[in-house]
Design a protein around this ligand. Structure first.
Ligand code: CO
Length: 207
C-alpha cells in the first residue's frame, strides 16, 4: 500500500515537470505565497486542491476544527512566520460543515485528551446557546456552530500580537472566514473580513 503512494508521487512529479518545465527548480529557490490557510485536519478538506492553488501558493496550518488558540505555539508560530517573513496578504480560516470536532464538542461523552482541545468549541457553543437552540435539528446545530467557530477564530487571529503589529505598521493584511461543504465541494464566504485594527476592541490594539 505505501509503495503505491511512493509510485504515485513519482508519477505526479514527472507529470508536473512535463506540464511546467522547471517548476520544482523554481520552487526550490523560494516560496512567496500570498495566503495563509488555517483549516481542519479532516482528510476531506484538502487545502490547495479545493481552491485550485499550486504548491508554493498557499501556506497551510491545519488542526482539529481549525482553532487558533493564543497558547498554541504551533499555530501562533505558523501565523508569525506567514505574516512577518512571508508577508502573506490574506489569512483564511476555512471551517467545514459537519465537522467531527464540532459535533463532539456539542456532546457529553468523555473522549479523553482531546476534550481539552474541544473544550474551546464547547465554550463558543455555550456563549451562543440561545442561537443554537433555535436550530431545528442536531445536524443544523452542528453546522451553525461550525460557522460560529470560524467567526471566533477570525476574531482570535485579529487579536494576536502578530496581526496587531502588522496592522500597526501599516501592512496590507486581511483576515477572512469561510466554510466548506463536504457534500458539494463549495466554499461559502461568511463575510466576516477584517482589514485593520479599527474593528477590534481597543484593549487588543498595539500602539
Ligand atoms: Co473538521
Amino acid at each position: 500500500m505505501l509503495n503505491d503512494l511512493l509510485a504515485n508521487n513519482k508519477k505526479w512529479a514527472e507529470q508536473m515537470e512535463e506540464r511546467h518545465p522547471g517548476f520544482f527548480q523554481q520552487l526550490a529557490e523560494q516560496q512567496k505565497p500570498e495566503y495563509l490557510w488555517i483549516g481542519c485536519s479532516d482528510s476531506r478538506v484538502p487545502a490547495n486542491e479545493i481552491v485550485g492553488l499550486m504548491p508554493g501558493e498557499l501556506f497551510v496550518h491545519r488542526n482539529i476544527a481549525n482553532l487558533v488558540l493564543h497558547t498554541d505555539l504551533n499555530c501562533i508560530s505558523v501565523l508569525h512566520f506567514a505574516v512577518e517573513v512571508l508577508q502573506v496578504k490574506h489569512i483564511i480560516v476555512c471551517g467545514h460543515y459537519g465537522c467531527g470536532g464540532v459535533r463532539a464538542a456539542l456532546g457529553n461523552q468523555d473522549l479523553g485528551l482531546i476534550d481539552n482541545w474541544l473544550r474551546h468549541i464547547k465554550d463558543i457553543g455555550y456563549s451562543y446557546r440561545e442561537i443554537l437552540a433555535e436550530e431545528p435539528s442536531k445536524d443544523s446545530r452542528v453546522d451553525r456552530l461550525c460557522e460560529l467557530n470560524v467567526k471566533q477564530q477570525v476574531a482570535n487571529i485579529c487579536k494576536t500580537k502578530v496581526v496587531q503589529r502588522a496592522w500597526q505598521q501599516g501592512h496590507e493584511l486581511a483576515v477572512h472566514g469561510w466554510i466548506y461543504s463536504i457534500e458539494d465541494g463549495v466554499i461559502k464566504d461568511l463575510n466576516v473580513d477584517v482589514h485593520d485594527q479599527s474593528a477590534m476592541p481597543e484593549i487588543y490594539n498595539i500602539y
